[in-house]
Design a protein around this ligand. Structure first.
Ligand SMILES: Nc1ncnc2c1ncn2[C@@H]1O[C@H](COP(=O)(O)OP(=O)(O)OP(=O)(O)O)[C@@H](O)[C@H]1O
Length: 219
């Protein structure tokens, strides 16, 4: 479903070479590595939010790094659900309306019933009428996960989805993500340094140490 080869990216003189990735429908792939090794950068490349300097990202039959920006935006809306490390919501909308809006923007309008089922599974049902600013970090993280899952995308990208969660919620979220991936036959890629997740998911790709990923660029 997801396949990458020879991916490279740089910020200024700092260059990253990424290991090849493969994640099939219904599977979970964990990308692990120390802080600063480029995990979030890789996730943003997979989401088409950054353009690689070299290499290929294939999602089903589409090589996404060849897509013009507007087409990439449409493709992302329909095929990719993203759980960002920092959640951003529409402050003037309730949690429920944030979720419904995200599904509509992804052209997968969701019914209130679907929102309720997912919210119950994530333990945020009682928060649906709240405004996002009133939620704790962990609650926002779970709303962010619901927002990514609601349109049932075939590829789910999650950046440290359990970072703010206690052990019980971490396990609940991990189970739900895995269950959704299986049910929806979605490929799920999780970027993390959470050891609790490393113990649960066995398909893992490690990023090289930051120094090993560096390469001098020609000036
Ligand atoms: N927009 C940017 N401009 C310049 N450097 C950047 C930019 N974004 C990230 N970097 C640098 O690239 C490196 C990799 O960042 P990235 O966020 O991908 O790492 P990470 O492995 O996800 O780290 P963490 O686990 O701490 O979130 C870091 O050293 C960071 O400072």
């Amino acid at each position: 479903m997801l396949q990458t080869t020879h991916l490279q990216y740089h910020y200024g003189q700092r260059a990253f070479t990424f290991p090849p990735l493969q994640c099939s429908a219904g599977e979970v792939l964990l990308i692990t590595g120390p802080s600063g090794s480029g995990k979030t950068t890789l996730l943003h490349l997979l989401a088409g939010l950054l353009l690689p300097d070299a290499g290929e990202i294939r999602i089903d039959d589409t090589v996404i790094n060849n897509l013009p920006v507007a087409q990439m935006d449409r493709f992302r809306g329909r095929h990719i659900g993203i759980v960002y490390q920092q959640s951003h919501f529409m402050a003037a909308l309730t949690v429920r309306d944030n979720l419904l809006l995200a599904a509509r923007l992804a052209r997968q309008p969701a019914a209130s019933k679907q929102v309720a089922v997912l919210a119950r599974a994530l333990g945020i049902h009682q928060l649906l009428r709240q405004y996002p600013a009133r939620l704790s970090q962990g609650e926002q993280q779970r709303v962010s996960i619901a927002r990514a899952l609601l349109p049932a995308p075939p590829l789910i990208l999650a950046d440290e989805p359990t970072a703010s969660l206690d052990d019980d919620n971490c396990m609940a979220v991990a189970r739900l993500l895995q269950q959704q991936a299986r049910q929806q036959q979605a490929a799920l890629v999780i970027v993390t340094h959470d050891n609790r997740l490393k113990a649960l998911f066995h398909q893992q790709t490690a990023m090289p140490e930051p120094q090993a990923g560096l390469a001098a660029l020609p000036l």
